[in-house]
Design a protein around this ligand. Sequence first.
Ligand code: BV8
Length: 249
Amino acid sequence: MVDPQALAAVRRALEEAQRVAVLTGAGMSAESGIPTFRDALTGLWSRFDPEDLASEQGFRADPARVWDWYAQRRDGVRRARPNAGHEALAAWGRARPGRLCVVTQNVDDLHQRAGQPEVVRLHGDILADRWLDGAACRERPRCDAASAAAGRPPRCAQCGNLVRPAVVWFGEMLPAAALQRAQEAAAECQVLLVVGTSGAVWPAAGLASLARRSGARVVIVNPHESEIDAEAHVVLRGTAATTLPALLG
Ligand code: BV8
């Protein structure tokens, strides 16, 4: 149960803040039925290491296995609905134009489907595809999606280039513009809400210490301990779908 005094104090800080930034992780979508990243590796995938499946090396080593893992996760995202936490964040952002920036590590589209005005995607979009090797074709038309031969994964019928999910894999650079916008939001906000992340993955996890060093109040919403709890002024031990409506409703 979240401490009512702490909740009231964070509510006040949010209302007084000129700018609020929110960093969300897989826990934000857990109550929408999307397994958290670590959970996604349990059960069927438990014998794999994230870096084996969510990396270019892992994909090149066994494209069908990685493609199937993403296909299963994509089905889950399409079946999922934004939860009360997504809705509360989106309503708060719509009511305060320009004051809230949501930075997400998640590759689902639930913040967007809830109508969140500004969402910065650090790790890409699981529902989108791109070519593994840029446009490898030498002849025209170069590797266009229409020419992709069906398969697990689809590939270019002309040059064999593979289709891959448009997500940021381990060992890959984050999109520069997204990371820069995220760092700006963390450095300029008066309150940073960190919701549903283990704080294990960098450089996203570093946004909490950047916000703190820049003078923001850092508030963590997570039912369990995370690797960045030490960066928080306040830790609310609750879930996204119950705590965010209480904070923002
Ligand atoms: C990079 C897309 C430059 C794919 C993902 C230091 C600096 C820079 C890099 C590194 C560094 N140290 C190590 C690295 C390398 C690496 C890294 O961080 N490794 C980790 C494992 C140590 N980082 C990278 O490779 C990044 N690239 O830095 O490029 C570079 C290049 C080469 C060499 C060096 C540097 C790229 C990282 C992006 C990887 N791609 N996603 C896909 O999804 O398939 S990350 C993936 O894992 C997810 O997107 C997510 O971001 C992350 C998992 O984190 P969480 O979201 O926190 O999820 P998790 O399951 O861990 O935790 C869930 C939390 O929710 C828990 O705390 C739980 O308690 C809580 N929870 C549960 N239920 C609820 C809840 N909370 C609220 N409500 C609930 N109901």
